[in-house]
Design a protein around this ligand. Structure first.
Ligand SMILES: [Zn+2]
Ligand SMILES: [Zn+2]
Length: 332
């Protein structure tokens, strides 16, 4: 079996001859059809985000088709097209029992704590596979996970219809946040130094934000993860407003506590989404609206070219994904 793995920081390779995944209790095997790349994958590749072992199979934004179901699984069947929710909460700890599974004390995350999903076949908990209609375009299905992050961030911000929302950073996640803001009835503004990314955000319906520091917004969503951008993001929030951090960095950011206090701002870190509400909500939204997250994709690579995809993803405008060959056999 083939998979794309990190051998050492900045060294990505396609490996062959890997053992087939085995289907444990409560699990299904998914033949993977596509995997999107995002900032956290790039953080793993660069070595900024440590992983438990090398070689390390990469990727977490995956969809495909169920080929094997565990003996005790009745909710999924071979042949079902599914998108994978790559964060597996324990459902037993305090945060999980109260519904806030993003705070799970024992959360397993594909590509971070568990081997990733950029492989021909993967074993995943059945409850973390979500059936999606056959007629949904691959490009939209591969964006379900990062769109769920974006929709969750906008929901957490308390954005009201008609509100302006400044999105700082128009990488793949920022672009999806722009779409999510518009979907919620807000007016998206974007601040992004990369010309191609800024232009793409405008194509997604965002307005280019001016540089006037007195132009302020009830909601600011920081999606760049650049520590130096955070202080500036805070300056753009209107009194009583809210800044949501989606991007992250271990490097401390400088902020003005004078601004924070005088304007009575709320700062909120927003980590992924909760299970099962997050994915359930996104899939219902896609079924009921014309939100087409696949619009943010710009480059598609074959499995053999995955190393090049990772190399280019940090520089290009728009999101990158990898399409895998579809030759799976039903095994049960
Ligand atoms: Zn991601
Ligand atoms: Zn838990």
């Amino acid at each position: 079996m083939k998979a794309v793995a990190l051998l050492a920081p900045e060294n990505v390779a396609v490996l062959d001859g890997l053992p087939e995944p085995s289907c444990g209790p409560g699990e299904v095997i998914v033949a993977v059809h596509g995997v999107g790349l995002c900032g956290s994958d790039l953080a793993v590749v660069s070595g900024r985000r440590a992983v438990p072992a090398m070689p390390w199979v990469l990727g977490h934004e995956a969809f495909g088709v169920v080929v094997t179901v565990g003996a005790d699984v009745s909710s999924r069947r071979p042949g079902q097209r599914v998108v994978i929710e790559p964060n597996y909460p324990c459902m037993a700890c305090g945060p999980c029992r109260s519904g806030g599974t993003a705070g799970c004390r024992d959360r397993r995350a594909a590509g971070i704590t568990e081997p990733g999903l950029l492989a021909e076949r993967v074993a995943v908990p059945a409850r973390c596979t979500w059936p999606v209609p056959e007629d949904w375009d691959d490009t939209d299905v591969v964006c379900v996970e990062p769109l769920t992050v974006a929709l969750h961030a906008v929901r957490m911000s308390g954005l009201e219809p008609g509100d302006g929302c400044l999105v700082v950073g128009a990488g793949a996640q920022g672009l999806l946040v722009c779409l999510a803001v518009r979907h919620a009835g807000g007016v998206a503004y974007v601040s992004e130094p990369h010309e191609g990314r800024a232009a793409l955000a405008v194509e997604m319906g965002a307005h280019a934000a001016g540089t006037d520091p007195d132009e302020r917004f009830p909601v600011v969503i920081e999606a760049s993860g650049a520590p130096e951008a955070f202080g500036r993001a805070l300056e753009r929030v209107a009194p009583g407003g809210c800044v949501i951090a989606v991007g992250q960095s271990a490097v401390p950011a400088e902020i003005s506590t004078f601004t924070l206090v005088q304007r009575r701002l709320t700062v909120r870190g927003c980590l992924i989404y909760d299970h099962p509400a997050g994915f359930a909500g996104t899939i219902a939204t896609l079924a009921a609206s014309d939100l087409r997250p696949g619009r943010v994709l710009r480059e598609c690579y074959e499995l053999a070219d995955a190393p090049k995809a990772f190399e280019r993803a940090a520089d290009i405008a728009g999101k990158t994904w990898i399409s895998l060959p579809r030759n799976e056999e039903m095994t049960s």
